[in-house]
Design a protein around this ligand. Structure first.
Ligand SMILES: C[S@@+](CC[C@H](N)C(=O)[O-])C[C@H]1O[C@@H](n2cnc3c(N)ncnc32)[C@H](O)[C@@H]1O
Length: 208
């Protein structure tokens, strides 16, 4: 009897240690992958916010003959893939710079010819023909992002932003699901080719 108890104790100890080691490796990976939180970790949009954002994007694109929809930092593909499966007539583009979520999202999208996921910094992407954007990034980069988008879009673009808003832009809508924690914002961004504003922000380094 004592032997069985010792074996069980030993077993649970090994399982616990293994769990702690694996969790530590995963945590460290994401910490490094997101460069010590200077850019957002691959945490997906989930729950009611995810459903709300997906419904809102659907409402926007469903009447259009064709739309290009971008997810900025597409992670595991949790926003892009359900929309792409439902709307084969539209094109869904993801930019993701961390290798693991990029590979997994590419794999998950393998049967969806209307999905294109690139392992690329979205600050180098071409937004000239984009109709709608989804975004879940840290507050620290939102101003730089707004500036970049204004410079690189060529028509008004609808953007759905999870949690961290653009400070200097009034949203069309703010949808609060649970206070300021579970919330998303809807904006229309207009092109603004004024180089000065963008360069000033980049040079200040404040949001880099
Ligand atoms: C919070 S996750 C959101 C994932 C997905 N959009 C969603 O809502 O489920 C943010 C993702 O953006 C990626 N990311 C952050 N900065 C990026 C950049 N400059 N270029 C490309 N991907 C970036 C991160 O690696 C991370 O996977």
């Amino acid at each position: 009897m004592a032997n069985i108890l010792w074996t069980l104790l030993y077993f649970f100890l090994v399982v616990d240690v293994a769990f702690i080691v694996v969790a530590g490796i995963v945590f460290t990976y994401f910490l490094f992958a997101s460069r010590f939180m200077r850019s957002s970790p691959p945490v997906p949009t989930v729950g009611k916010v995810k459903q709300g954002m997906l419904n809102a994007v659907e409402e926007y694109i469903k009447g259009k003959p064709h739309a290009n929809v971008v997810d900025l930092g597409s992670g595991w593909g949790s926003l892009l893939l359900p929309l792409a499966a439902k709307y084969p007539q539209h094109t869904f583009i993801g930019y993701e710079r961390v290798r693991l979520p990029y590979i997994i999202s590419r794999f998950r999208a393998r049967k969806l010819p209307n999905v294109h996921i690139y392992r690329q910094d979205f600050f180098t992407a071409d937004f000239s023909d984009v109709d709608a954007i989804m975004c879940f990034q840290l507050a620290a980069i939102m101003q730089k992002l707004l500036s970049y988008l204004r410079q690189h879009i060529s028509k008004t673009v609808r953007i759905y932003v999870n949690r961290y808003p653009f400070k200097d832009l009034i949203p069309l809508e703010k949808i609060s699901i649970e206070g300021d924690y579970a919330v998303y914002y809807v904006y229309d961004i207009k092109p603004d080719k004024s180089v000065h504003q963008h360069e000033a922000i980049l040079k200040s380094g404040e949001w880099s």
